[in-house]
Design a protein around this ligand. Structure first.
Ligand SMILES: [Zn+2]
Length: 420
């Protein structure tokens, strides 16, 4: 697949995936189109050698795998479906000063400043009781710009460009309307009605998040950059999903995109949960075979890497400062915040150099804290050798992040040629 087609598909995926639920639905649809059979965790599995399968959990995490069975040395690609955002509170409506606004809870470590003055929409999952007394879950995406968080004018905030602090409870409530009789339940019912679901007896709960309605786009004089929300980590998720769709059925490959990475991965659908282990045990239910598979496989944990910021170069160790469009980044941390070892790094470099694809190394400054990924969590939980890699990114956890337009396609070429 050529870079231009690849990037066009990526932009479409980013726009169509405002929440982990939508990302999982879109990945599932693409896997289905590529000939993967859907499994349900509650069913008995009868896996056939030479086939390929996928399974989801909580509608927000997904695992896809080929099943050559004899070949147990899997290349596993691990990413995450969630991104920092403003999540709606259960009783969200606040009416004051002639305005209806929504109470929100920040999800993950988001940069709050960029959320001001954007055109926001709302998407996620709604759970309700239908007229037949059956519980239903449905994904909604309002798509229209229905809210915004206005800045406080500089005339009323003389410290705005100096010491600005943002109160997460009071300062970031998106405003919705001046319509005094606004009713949230009616609003949700109207959204369900639009989806062809008028049979709603009672709406019980929701997991809805705000998102920026500005579409992903190529930016820069020569389309050098991809600008979008949720590049962390839908960028790697797209590359992983497309890679497993591209390899033949005889290549042992597994792709897992987990939810809740941005909040520590501790959940049924997070990488700290049992989803991957449960699935691997069902693929290889003989314990010896299972261990043979685990210890001969490699997990590539793919998540965004901090590119050096040209306006803030002092934030990087200058010998380990990844640049945009200069190749995939291998992440190293002596304190195991990243799971890369010299052995897993050499396997990765060997594939990249045979393909003549450039790589870079990242180590965080020794006087700064280091983030982490699903890499060390998965390595700890499963006992699989792991490498942490990622694509150089600026403005990570902003409402609009920036990555190089060459890098994702390079990573795709590495993944489809990888043998563990
Ligand atoms: Zn991430």
């Amino acid at each position: 697949m050529q870079k231009q087609d690849f990037n066009e598909g990526l932009l479409g995926f980013l726009d169509a995936s405002p929440t982990p639920f939508h990302a999982t639905a879109n990945i599932s649809a693409m896997l289905h189109n590529a000939g993967f059979t859907k499994l349900k965790e509650v069913d008995k599995w009868d896996l056939q050698e030479g086939q390929k399968y996928f399974v989801t959990r909580n509608d927000s995490s997904v695992i896809a795998f080929t099943y050559p069975k004899k070949h147990k040395n899997y290349v596993m690609i691990g990413t995450h479906t969630d991104s920092p955002n403003l999540k709606l509170k259960p009783n969200p409506v606040i009416k004051e000063h002639g305005i209806v606004k929504f109470g929100v809870e920040p999800y993950g470590g988001l940069l709050l400043n960029p959320w001001f003055d954007r055109d926001l929409s709302l998407a996620g999952r709604v759970s309700y009781l239908d007229m037949q007394d059956e519980l239903q879950d449905v994904l909604i995406d309002v798509k229209k710009s229905i809210a915004t968080v206005p800045s406080l004018a500089i005339h009323l905030d003389d410290k705005a460009n100096k010491d600005k602090t943002i109160n997460k409870q009071t300062d970031i409530c998106p405003i919705l309307t001046t319509q005094e009789d606004f009713d949230f339940d009616t609003f949700l019912r109207w959204q369900l009605d639009r989806l062809g679901r008028p049979d709603v007896k009672e709406i019980y709960a929701n997991e809805l998040s705000f998102y920026d309605t500005q579409n992903a786009s190529l930016v820069g004089l020569n389309d050098d950059f991809i600008a979008s929300a949720r590049l962390d980590n839908l960028l790697s998720s797209y590359v992983g999903m497309l890679s497993i769709c591209s390899v033949d059925n005889a290549t042992p490959m597994l792709f897992i995109a987990s939810d809740h990475e941005e909040v520590g991965s501790e959940s049924t659908s997070g990488a700290g949960g049992s989803f991957l282990e449960n699935t691997l045990r069902r693929m290889f239910n003989d314990y010896d075979e299972y261990m043979e598979m685990v210890r001969s496989s490699l997990m590539i944990s793919a998540d965004n890497a901090h590119a050096i910021h040209p306006n803030y170069p002092s934030k990087h160790d200058k010998e380990h400062a990844p640049q945009m469009n200069s190749g995939v980044v291998i992440k190293v941390n002596a304190n195991q915040r990243y799971a890369s070892s010299s052995t897993t790094i050499s396997k990765f470099l060997n594939v990249a150099s045979k393909l003549d694809i450039a790589t870079q190394k990242f180590v965080t400054r020794s006087d700064m804290g280091c983030g982490s990924t699903i890499g060390p969590i998965t390595a700890t939980r499963i006992g699989i050798e792991t490498i942490d890699i990622g694509l150089p990114t600026l403005a990570m956890h902003s409402i609009r992040e920036l990555a190089g337009s060459d890098d994702a396609h390079s990573l795709y070429k590495i993944f489809v040629n990888f043998k563990a």
